[in-house]
Design a protein around this ligand. Structure first.
Ligand code: LMR
Length: 334
């Protein structure tokens, strides 16, 4: 990890602990996407509402676009207390030892946002957030992004079209299995490195919600995009537990209110942002956008749903079944 950044962060923690009583409490909120994305905008919204509701007692510093930490480093930094808040993708909790979050990566497990919310806003989601506590992390909320599409430099109409392709993935074993099931070669890579890897041909393709593809300009280095909506990408907003529990109760209450409002906001704008960015991708003319037919999409679904069973031993059969129950998904009825 970036040692210098970490030391700076730690020094800042010590300083803030010894600062005068009326100096603001600083929350460093680090993330890896652009400001103009569902997560980026929601982080700015949280900053604004937190500072308003606490009347300046709290100052939120948002670091977007991996400017403070990259994917793996930010998790370590949170546990060490060098940052206080993150919103990593649910696909990035495996290395922390909380494999259950990879259930969200199972291909085609959610039919849309309504299905997803039955899990993230219900008891199954809340129980998952609790699993973070032994790691010194408190899970505050789930924030939406959207459904992923495949992109590459060659057309993607059938599962066989991804065979032999080097595909960038996030650090999730489920996503690794998804790519292997398609005969592709998964390459785990930090988000900040994907554009260049696509540009230089280190990888052939990737999968993204459109908001991430567009704001990182990946559509400029991918000739083909197929709107498969084959899997979900969203976030858990997490804080250093010691920091959070140590806040004055009134301040924590105000921040909880700000978080509740930010979550409503994030989940209201996520689809709009992705839809808007899809229009921009189309308008750019840099990539061919293909909408698969129902039969083509079903072929991807049939190819990828077996990943659920293959990953049972990692994620837990009970959890997968609890999700199926919430969303009324029956893999035998494809
Ligand atoms: C990715 O690495 O593709 C995403 O997790 C980035 C993000 O935070 O949306």
């Amino acid at each position: 990890m970036k040692i210098s950044a970490l030391l700076l962060g730690l020094a800042a923690c010590v300083l803030s602990a010894t600062a005068s009583a009326d100096a603001p409490i600083v929350i460093k909120f680090s993330h890896v996407v652009a400001v103009d994305t569902p997560k980026g905008l929601a982080a700015e919204f949280f900053k604004k509402r937190s500072e308003e509701l606490t009347k300046g007692k709290v100052k939120v510093e948002v670091y977007a676009n991996s400017t403070l930490y990259k994917d793996k480093e930010e998790m370590e930094a949170l546990q060490l207390g060098a940052v206080q808040m993150l919103a990593p993708s649910l696909a990035k909790f495996g290395p922390l030892g909380v494999k259950e979050f990879e259930a969200f990566d199972l291909p085609f497990i959610f039919d849309g946002y309504d299905d997803l919310h039955k899990v993230t806003q219900g008891p199954v989601g809340q129980a998952m957030l609790k699993k973070l506590e032994p790691k010194g992390i408190r899970g505050l909320a789930f924030w939406d992004n959207g459904f992923k599409s495949f992109s590459a430099n060659t057309p993607i109409r059938t599962p066989a079209d991804l065979k032999g392709k080097k595909m960038r993935i996030q650090s999730s074993k489920v996503l690794e299995e998804e790519m292997r099931t398609l005969g592709a070669l998964p390459q785990v890579m930090a988000f900040s490195e994907v554009y260049q890897a696509l540009q230089t041909g280190v990888v052939d393709g990737t999968e993204n919600p459109i908001s991430n593809l567009y704001t990182q300009k990946m559509h400029e280095v991918q000739k083909h995009l197929t709107l498969t909506d084959h899997g979900y990408l969203g976030y858990a907003v997490i804080v250093n537990k010691k920091f959070w529990d140590g806040l004055p109760a009134d301040v924590r209450g105000q921040l909880e209110k700000a978080m509740k409002e930010s979550t409503d906001y994030a989940n209201r704008i996520a689809k709009e942002q992705n839809d808007k960015d899809l229009e921009s991708v189309k308008k750019s003319g840099r990539t061919t956008v293909y909408v698969p037919t129902a039969a083509e999409r079903l072929a991807f679904k049939k190819a990828l749903v077996p990943v659920h069973q293959k990953m049972e031993s990692r994620i837990g059969k009970e959890l997968i079944e609890a999700i199926y129950k919430e969303t009324e998904f029956d893999p035998s009825k494809l």
